[in-house]
Write a protein that binds this ligand. Structure first.
Ligand SMILES: [Ca+2]
Ligand SMILES: [Ca+2]
Ligand SMILES: [Ca+2]
Length: 433
């Protein structure tokens, strides 16, 4: 514990002071070798873990992807390698073998746009974090693969000219400098293990506040731990955390107008506890504003707000597979205009047996990564009544209700390019029409 501080936990406005650090560290048995498979989902945030426990870790695709001139040739023949698609065109595809030289599974994905406007995919792999320039989306170019502890779960976020990478094996946060990425150079400048931080399932950055949030970590019962990025090269863990329950994913935003002006709010996806909305403005005293266990809630996994922040589109990872009331893929539309009183406003019931996993909103479109359903595009110009409008199926074999296929999605590039990480097949660079 380098700085000698202790982490404390806050929930429902009540402060609990930890006796020692690492605070409420979880058994290491849940990391790495995965004997935690048998742990039921209400006590295990890494739900891919639960799915992998049921289905086994997928075998990575062993072949090569397709880029450059081959893409045009394949498209001219009327298809691109048999991936079903509508309203979305494949720009390029790089497999784990293309990225590392050996078959490798992928996990989550994020993006970075450099100050000069060049665009980069940041994709988690079993063996590390890959940085791939996609400014010319048909001709992607590998910048670097930064090795990391071997893990089936890796998650990344970006703030300023730094990327932060966490995993479920060990090592805390890798801080990776991107300031020379246009010159083909990225570099780990440090790893952050303050307060005993070792493993984490997820990391999210609120760019407005300059805070990152680490979650599903070996601290604070897997709840929310805030990380001060005032000096982005030297992230500092805050000594207080929200630990009412473990958090699987989060979106944190700062309100600049309206009734919540000036407040920083976390929308925390809390598994069987559904959705928690937490005011994290005061890092020394986070306050739970509400908790919604929506109808058929099985495992609140992730989600994203509409740009006006009136609605939230929530992905439940276990409802299709384990809830007898849910017979096909379901997107939960939750009205969050009143943070103290969120309400299930609608459900988008898909004509698909697949499982929704992650999502991101860009303008009036919601982009989903839906395991064996691949990438899905939804028109949310009518917020309450979303309409599917396009797809690119990265898992062409079938649409089974299983934990493999498209894991993560990033739709934040100025170019409108959307990138998807598929567990077995790697990086897809896509252009929605
Ligand atoms: Ca993530
Ligand atoms: Ca679901
Ligand atoms: Ca499919």
């Amino acid at each position: 514990m380098p700085n000698g501080r202790q982490i404390r936990a806050i929930g429902l406005g009540v402060m609990i002071t930890a006796l020692s650090s690492p605070f409420l560290a979880l058994p290491s048995a849940q990391q790495g070798s995965h004997p935690g498979w048998s742990v039921p989902p209400n006590s295990y945030w890494a739900l891919g873990a639960y799915g992998y426990g049921r289905d086994g870790i997928p075998t990575p695709y062993s072949g090569r992807g397709i880029t450059g001139l081959e893409i045009g040739a394949s498209a001219a023949r009327g298809s691109v390698l048999g991936f079903p698609a509508s309203g979305v065109t494949l720009q390029s595809w790089m497999t784990g073998t293309d990225l590392t030289g050996v078959p490798t599974n992928a996990s989550d994905i994020w993006g970075y746009t450099s100050p000069s406007g060049r665009e980069y995919a940041i994709i988690g792999l079993t063996s590390g974090t890959a940085f791939v320039e996609i400014t010319d989306p048909v001709n992607p170019s590998i910048v670097a693969v930064i090795p990391g502890p071997v893990s089936s779960w890796r998650d990344m976020a970006v703030y300023g000219e730094y990327a932060y990478s966490v995993n479920e094996r060990s090592g805390g946060i890798q801080v990776i400098r991107l300031s020379r990425i246009d010159k083909g150079k990225v570099r780990v400048v440090r790893t952050v293990t303050d307060l005993g931080l070792s493993t984490a399932h997820n990391i999210f950055v609120n760019e407005q506040s300059g805070y990152a949030y680490v979650l599903g970590a070996n601290l604070a019962r897997g709840g929310l731990v805030a990380v001060d990025l005032s000096d982005p090269a030297n992230p500092v863990l805050e000594p207080v955390a929200w630990n009412v329950t473990s958090v699987h994913d989060v979106q944190v935003v700062t309100y600049t107008k309206g009734r919540y002006k000036g407040r920083e709010i976390a929308f925390a996806f809390t598994g069987p506890m559904g959705l928690h909305i937490i005011d994290v403005t005061d890092k020394s005293a986070p306050v739970t504003l509400s908790n919604l266990v929506y109808e058929n809630a099985t495992y609140g996994h992730s989600g994203w707000l509409s740009s006006d922040r009136k609605f939230l589109y929530l992905n439940d990872e276990l409802d299709e597979r384990f809830n007898g009331n849910v017979s096909s893929m379901t997107t939960y539309v939750i009205r969050v205009a009143r943070l103290e009183n969120p309400k299930l406003a609608n459900r988008l019931i898909w004509d698909l047996p697949t499982i929704d996993h992650n999502s991101m909103v860009q303008g009036d479109k919601l982009f989903l990564s839906a395991y064996r359903g691949g990438m899905r595009v939804v028109d949310i110009s009518s917020r309450r009544y979303p309409q599917p409008i396009g797809w690119f199926d990265t898992y062409p074999d079938n649409d089974a209700t299983a934990f493999s296929g498209a894991w993560g999605i990033y739709a934040g590039f100025p170019s409108g390019i959307v990138i998807v990480s598929d567990i077995q097949r790697g990086l897809f660079v896509l252009r929605p029409k």
